[in-house]
Design a protein around this ligand. Sequence first.
Ligand code: SAM
Length: 219
Amino acid sequence: MQIDIFTIFPKMFESPFDWGTIRIAKSKKIVSINVWDLRNFTNDIHRKVDDYPYGGSSGMVLKAEPILKAVRSVMTPDARVVLLTPAGKLYNQSLAQELSEESHLIFICGRYQGVDERVKDIINMEYPDKTMMEISIGNYVLSGGELACMSIVESITRLIPGVLKNPESMFADSLGELDPPLYTKPAEVEGVKVPEILTSGHHTKINQWNSTNRKQWTH
Ligand code: SAM
């Protein structure tokens, strides 16, 4: 999978993408991630990516032209463009699964008051086969799309076959199943014991316990 991310703060991605699952996926060359500075797609000497909104509301808006130029510079016939926005479709495990099956994802991270609305209109006119997705990671407002994008990239990367060492875990994730309560050594901590069944060695009963005690998504 190829992932292209456009942001005005590319350095934010340096450390988070160098650890754990994402690092493994990159080193196995299962995922290739490019983080691009939106300012590199401006045409003026000040590398201006934002401007005041029409209509006089407060704050700044990310300009359409640098984003359109940026997206076009990496666009491929299979690419899916994703705009991070609090007004987007609420992200969940089944959306993670859907995105993990794409071969090329392009993320646009908003900042300030958001992104000029015409980015969506023009991209959808130009590439009608795959409409741009607008995704929110929750009903709250972040200062930028970067952390939302990192969460999405991590959640989809672990679903790509070959990334996780334990395929069972990937399978459970892809079905949207959560684990039951988990315990490790020692068998007793401050007087609280591991449920007896788990130390019984009785595999059928343990499996039964595990499947009936799976945690559930809260909504
Ligand atoms: N005033 C804007 C609005 O009403 O949509 C909020 C802009 S927010 C301060 C700046 C940027 O952060 C957004 O353009 C978006 O890219 C990102 N963002 C904020 N909350 C988000 C969320 N819950 N999910 C995804 N992206 C989010």
